[in-house]
Structure formats: structure tokens, C-alpha cells
Design a protein around this ligand. Structure first.
Ligand code: NAD
Length: 370
């Protein structure tokens, strides 16, 4: 049996609290022999600044490069608000994404039936929702140069961000979209702003050409990014996979996240190019929520997004789809049994803390394993 080598980077705030529940789930798999993992835990973010003066040391970066997958918690908090911009906690995560060339960000928005009432949309619009937003993560407006604020002769300031995409960058993210769609509902919506942006024109052309060349079996729709934002709240179940650039993906994935009810529920994956030998990409898995300093240390954080992120690692890095399905089922069943952390609490449900939720999910895993 393959032994999967995981690097755990719990980070700051609630990161270590929710990561402890991933440890519990890992121990279940190791104990039952359904899968074998070795894990190492290291510092990234504010905790690394405190110890080493930087948010990510070269040593930890080396471990990240050698791991089969990185399970990331969350970084940051008011304690580090005043550190220099270059060494802020988030710079550790950005360096990991850049060094491992993690260009594809997968953000599922799943609405568990038991939580349909927690969404701000009507139950019938979101119940059973399962869509995947695929965001290009290493190009576009956040990285394009020039990126600057200059002072003009009359004392006014002028700020510039630049949106840049090349054929290769668009092709590789579109290819991931078509591959993922084949394993799901076989439908891709490509969202851009070709009506007002040159990058949108190129995006549309490249996706269309790649579809004709490699993915005729997948249903492809083009949609303007603003129309996509509107359709996400009007009729979200029409979508399967939505692929878009870095900036639009940032907005659309946050919007889609809220369809599912709570930040504490949603995982994400950031993938690089598949390894030519194994076909398995470099990858980092993390919840979409931050370090939640307002509730850190109280044992009340919802660990589901973190456990679900580990589930995505089983699917995309460890080739363990059945075990990933088991985790999803155990979470759904635990919610159906009425367990709720504070962020998803509903009337007549059983309010639990981080540890109790993690234990309930693991107990359900044991039951499912028979
Ligand atoms: P946040 O996601 O940490 O918190 C937003 C709200 O959601 C808070 O009220 C919080 O209590 C709640 N929440 C978040 N996760 C929860 C969970 N698992 N269970 C229950 N409630 C939960 O966002 P923020 O407050 O904007 O940011 C806090 C810090 O996290 C900042 O320093 C920010 O830079 C950082 N951050 C880091 C990442 C990351 O590491 N990838 C992502 C986002 C924010």
C-alpha cells in the first residue's frame, strides 16, 4: 500500500484547533489500514515570524516541495498587523503558491441538505447544490506589472494594476476545467469580460480553441463574469464547473461560498501541473476561511472546512476517491444527526465545539467503515 507523505501547516488563530481534528481523522485511516499516511507538522505564517522572523523558512519550503500534499490551516491575525508588508503572514502562503506553481484553485460550493436553511437563498435554490469554481491563481491582475502608485507633478496620485494573460496560462487552466468536468456534470462555464477587456477576448478565444481541439465531449458555455455573478444567486444549480481568471475567481468563489451557508464549511485545493511520471500534481489544501482571531482559543471553531480540505487531498493527491467520499458522507451524516458548531447553529440542534464535532465525524467514519 502506498504511504502518503503529508506536510501539515496549521498556522495561526483557529488553524491549530481545526487541524487537530484532521489529525484525528488521519489516525482513523492509519489505524484501520484503509490508507497509510506519514505526517510532519511545521510553522508557516505569524507563528513562523515569531520564531524565525519570516513567515516561511527555506527549510519548510523544502519540506513542502518534498511532500505529496500540504494541508494548510490559516495564517494571520491582529498580532502581526504591523510587521513589514514583505514578511506579513500571508506572504508565506503566497510564496508556497508561487514556488510550487499552484496555478489552479478549486473551490467547491456544496450545500448539505441538512444546512439548506442556513443559506441566504431559498431552500429549493440551494438544496443539493454542488458546483466547482476553478480560479486561475498565479496570473492576472494580482501579479501583472506595472503595479504601482506614482505621484504626479500636480501632487495627485495615480494607481495602476495590470491584467496580463498568455495563451499558455489560459490553456492550462482551461484544460484542468475540462478534466474536472468529465469527472462531474460534464459542463463548463467560462467567465470573462470580453466585452470590455482584451484579456477577456484572448481568454474566450483560447478556451474556444482548446475545447474544439481537446474537449468536444464536454459542454462549454461562455458567460460574462458579471452575468455569472447574477446567475449564481438567481439559479446556481445551472452550473457545474465555472472557470475564470484570478480576479473574477476571487469574487465569484466568495459569492458561491455564501450559497452554502458558512465560511466554516468550505474547503479548497490549489494544484500545480501534473507530475510527468506519476500524473499527480503538487498541491496545497486549505479551508477558505481565515484564522478567525475573534474566536481563536475558545474551542468553538467549525472544523468541517479543514477536514473537508483533507478529503480533497485524498481525492486529488492520494488517489483515494472512496475514502474521500467516506469523509463527505460522514460529514453529511453528522450534520443530519443534528451536530452544529456555533456558526451553523439552528433551532433544536445540538450545539458542539471543535473537538466534539471532530469526534462525531470520526465516530461516523468508524460506523461507515463497518
Ligand atoms: P475569517 O475567515 O478568519 O473570519 C470571518 C468570520 O467568520 C469571523 O467572524 C470568524 O469567527 C468566522 N469564521 C471563520 N472561520 C470559522 C470557522 N471555521 N468556524 C466558525 N466561524 C468561523 O476572516 P477575517 O476575519 O477577514 O480574517 C482574519 C484573519 O485571517 C486576517 O488576519 C486575515 O488576513 C486572515 N486570513 C487568512 C487566510 C488564509 O490563511 N488563507 C484567508 C482569509 C483570511
Amino acid at each position: 500500500m502506498a504511504i502518503h507523505k503529508l506536510l501539515l501547516l496549521p498556522g495561526d488563530g483557529i488553524g491549530p484547533e481545526v487541524m487537530a481534528e484532521v489529525d484525528r481523522v488521519l489516525a482513523f485511516f492509519n489505524k484501520t489500514g484503509r490508507a497509510q499516511f506519514t505526517t510532519e507538522t511545521a510553522l508557516c505564517g505569524g507563528c513562523s515570524i515569531d520564531k524565525h522572523g519570516v513567515p516561511l523558512t527555506d527549510e519548510v519550503l523544502g519540506k513542502a516541495k518534498a511532500a505529496d500534499a500540504i494541508i494548510f490551516g490559516s495564517v494571520g491575525g491582529p498580532k502581526w498587523d504591523k510587521v513589514k508588508y514583505e514578511i506579513r503572514p500571508e506572504a508565506g502562503l503566497l510564496r508556497l503558491r508561487k514556488e510550487l506553481d499552484l496555478f489552479a484553485n478549486l473551490r467547491p460550493a456544496i450545500c448539505y441538505p441538512a444546512l439548506a436553511e442556513a443559506s441566504s437563498l431559498k431552500r429549493e435554490l440551494v438544496e443539493g447544490l454542488d458546483i466547482l469554481i476553478l480560479r486561475e491563481l498565479t496570473g492576472g491582475t494580482y501579479f501583472g506589472e506595472p503595479k504601482e502608485i506614482v505621484t504626479l507633478e500636480d501632487g495627485q496620485k495615480r494607481a495602476v494594476d495590470t491584467t496580463v494573460y498568455t495563451t499558455r496560462e489560459i490553456e492550462r487552466i482551461a484544460r484542468v476545467a475540462f478534466d474536472l468536468a468529465r469527472k462531474r456534470g460534464n459542463k463548463v462555464h467560462s467567465a470573462e469580460k470580453r466585452n470590455v477587456m482584451k484579456t477577456g477576448v484572448l481568454w474566450n478565444q483560447v478556451v474556444t480553441a482548446l475545447h474544439a481541439k481537446e474537449a468536444k465531449d464536454v459542454e462549454l458555455h461562455h458567460i460574462l463574469a458579471d452575468a455569472c455573478a447574477m446567475q449564481l444567486v438567481r439559479n446556481p444549480k445551472q452550473f457545474d464547473v465555472i472557470v475564470c481568471d484570478n480576479l473574477f475567481g476571487d469574487m465569484l468563489s466568495d459569492e458561491a461560498a455564501m450559497l452554502a451557508g458558512s465560511l466554516g464549511m468550505l474547503p479548497s485545493a490549489s494544484l500545480g501541473a501534473p507530475d510527468p511520471k506519476t500524473g499527480i500534481p503538487k498541491a496545497l489544501y486549505e479551508p477558505i476561511h481565515g484564522s478567525a482571531p475573534d474566536i481563536a482559543g475558545q474551542g468553538v471553531a467549525n472544523p468541517i472546512a479543514q477536514i473537508s480540505s483533507f478529503g480533497m487531498a485524498l481525492r486529488y493527491s492520494c488517489n483515494l476517491p472512496r475514502e474521500a467520499d467516506m469523509i463527505d458522507k460522514a460529514i453529511a451524516n453528522t450534520l443530519a444527526a443534528g451536530y452544529r458548531t456555533g456558526d451553523i447553529m439552528q433551532p433544536n440542534m445540538r450545539k458542539v465545539g471543535t473537538t466534539e464535532m471532530g469526534k462525531a465525524i470520526t465516530t461516523e467514519l468508524e460506523r461507515l467503515a463497518g
